[in-house]
Design a protein around this ligand. Structure first.
Ligand code: ADP
Ligand code: MG
Ligand code: ZN
Length: 552
């Protein structure tokens, strides 16, 4: 048998493995279950394709999108690897003939959608196959904690029950925080999997957060005619508007959202992929499985709803390793719109997910570090020197003293309360709770009168994101000190936030309710969102797979 390195060279023409590939492949060949977590573009496909080539029998690959399967199968075919996909777009005869070849050992890889696993005919064929591996691409779809939950992914472990010999199961994803990672293992029923979690750092990406006076002007300022860019907007309507603006200005631009016909979608996607129109304006329906290596910048025209989606979308820039940019535009209005959106949905994590994004937009600390911290990675450095906060492009306000005031309030209240009450005490509010419990006698009562609730909450979020505070408590979240808190109290470290917070509307429930009365532009946007929600485009923030025609 060829070594796996020889296999890599022979079929793919690559000289060496990327970090993690070799370990994952070897674990699979040993017969272990595995979980591979690598950023977009990290090279996850090879981790199951090489074992599929090396082992007797067929590998079943569960993959969420038809377009994704097709691209992979076509690419494998050009390398002389025997692969096929099964989906509802194929005729009955075509499906039968593929299943037949798989049963007779004539296929190395068979790609299927998760929905297919509900099909009894399919299952009875699979029982006749020598299945050497079940690989689950985009494995985070199995978790309700993740950002694109697909219920049909939960059928996958059923294969363990129907197959005579349980092959190794392998999950791959680009998005996984510790809880999602644990949930994937549980949901996919992986047994003591070998796990490879690679660094999420993307050194070639320059991160920036901008709060433009006029987003359209800023966009025109940074776009380049010749370079490939993706612009993500939160609604179809915004996609249309931005697209129209760019067309009028003569940019080579195309667009993509769930509201245009499948033919048009394919056409537009191809125009973009082949650089006939290197600029793409799209909703988040666009991008999964798109392997375009020369995207030079990804611009988020609106603040995304969570860090996982943001990082996955931003990560589509610079897959070739060349210097590229991930730019996020935000406005106070985005915060309100997003708050509204998550209130329409029923994701219990949506609020804290959104807070993470708000913190990302407002923090004065290194953006890269903020992202990596979110993914439970602690970089060695404190400043990456390669983001808009490290570069000093943003106006920053030192908030060390303010943070110390907040910390002393938390301390005096015995680290036993949540954000709401701490803010009320610092602001010197005279609520019945404060009076009853005598908090108005504390030395920290009213210590931050002149700040807004929003400002203080932002500072608390920044401290949480930098691990100077920890959210503990069983029943409800309680602010507690961490091992790092002392450094901040002694000003051994300093914290800052980006300025100009004062003019932003705050995101109280009331402001969301009354929102339609005070901003007509926003009213229109919300109406559009409601319409999209009503049309069954998924409960926000789960909109990625709302587009049924793309899936099996
Ligand atoms: P992911 O699924 O992790 O986003 P892919 O499997 O699509 O990433 O791989 C991204 C790109 O990197 C592909 O073009 C792939 O051929 C390339 N690639 C993967 N492994 C290697 C390697 N060892 N050396 C060079 N290029 C690689
Ligand atoms: Mg992939
Ligand atoms: Zn930085």
């Amino acid at each position: 048998m060829k070594s796996i390195l020889e296999t890599l060279k022979h079929y793919y023409g690559y000289e060496s493995f990327r970090p993690g590939q070799e370990q994952l492949i070897e674990a699979i060949l040993r017969g272990d279950d595995v979980l591979g977590v690598m950023p977009t573009g990290g090279g996850k496909s090879i981790c199951y394709q090489i074992p599929a080539i090396c082992m007797e029998g067929v590998t079943i690959v569960v993959s969420p999108l038809i377009s994704l399967m097709k691209d992979q199968v076509d690419a494998l075919a050009t390398m002389g690897i025997k692969a096929a996909y099964i989906n509802s777009q194929l005729s009955f005869y075509e499906q039968e003939s593929i299943l037949y070849s798989a049963v007779h050992g004539e296929l190395d890889l068979m790609y299927v959608s998760p929905e297919r696993l509900e099909n009894e005919t399919f299952i009875s064929y699979v029982q006749q196959m020598n299945v050497n591996l079940v690989a689950v691409d985009e494995a985070h779809c199995v978790s309700q904690w993740g950002h694109d939950f697909r219920p049909s992914y939960q059928n996958i472990p059923r294969l363990m029950d129907v197959l005579n010999n349980r092959p190794p199961f392998a999950g791959f994803t680009a998005t996984a925080t510790t809880p999602v990672r644990a949930d994937m293992i549980t949901q996919l029923r992986l047994e003591q999997p070998y796990q490879y979690i690679s660094s999420f750092d993307r050194p070639n990406l320059y991160f920036s957060v901008v709060k433009p006076k006029k987003k359209a002007d800023e966009l025109l300022r940074i776009l380049d005619n010749k370079e490939s860019s993706i612009i993500y907007c939160n609604t179809r309507k915004n996609v249309d508007t931005v697209y129209d603006t760019l067309v009028k200005k003569g940019y080579p631009v195309t667009m993509y959202h769930a509201g245009i016909s499948p033919q048009e979608r394919t056409q537009n996607q191809d125009d973009f992929l082949y650089d006939r129109k290197p600029i793409m304006v799209a909703t988040n329906a666009f991008g999964m499985g798109i392997d375009k290596s020369n995207v030079r910048r990804v611009i988020h025209y609106n603040m995304p709803l969570d860090m996982e989606s943001y990082y996955q979308e931003a990560g589509r820039a610079g897959r070739d390793g060349a210097p590229s940019e991930a730019i996020l535009f935000y406005s106070g209005q985005d915060i309100i719109t997003n708050t509204f959106l998550i209130e329409q949905g029923n994701n219990p994590h949506a609020k804290s997910n959104l807070n993470t994004m708000i913190t990302y937009c407002k923090t004065g600390s290194c953006l890269r570090k903020t992202i990596l911290n979110y993914f439970d990675e602690t970089p060695e450095w404190t400043e990456c020197k390669h983001c808009s906060n490290c570069d000093g492009e943003m106006v920053k306000t030192d908030i060390t003293v303010e943070c110390q005031k907040i910390l002393s309030c938390i301390y005096r209240m015995n680290q036993a309360y949540g954000t709401g009450l701490i803010v009320d005490v610092l602001r010197g509010k005279s609520t019945s709770r404060i009076k009853q419990q005598g908090f108005d006698a504390l030395s920290t009562y009213g210590l931050m009168k002149e700040y807004t609730d929003g400002d203080i909450k932002d500072m608390i979020s920044i401290m949480i994101s930098e691990n100077y505070l920890h959210l503990g408590g069983d029943q409800y979240p309680i602010l507690q000190f961490t091992a790092k808190t002392n450094d901040l109290l002694q000003a051994k470290v300093r914290l800052s936030m980006t300025k100009s917070l004062k003019e932003e509307p705050t995101t109280t429930k009331k402001s969301v309710e009354n929102i339609e009365n005070y901003d007509t532009g926003l009213f229109e946007q919300l109406r559009e969102l409601r319409k999209e929600i009503a049309q069954g485009l998924g409960k926000p923030p789960f909109v990625v797979f709302s587009d049924r025609s793309l899936i099996d």
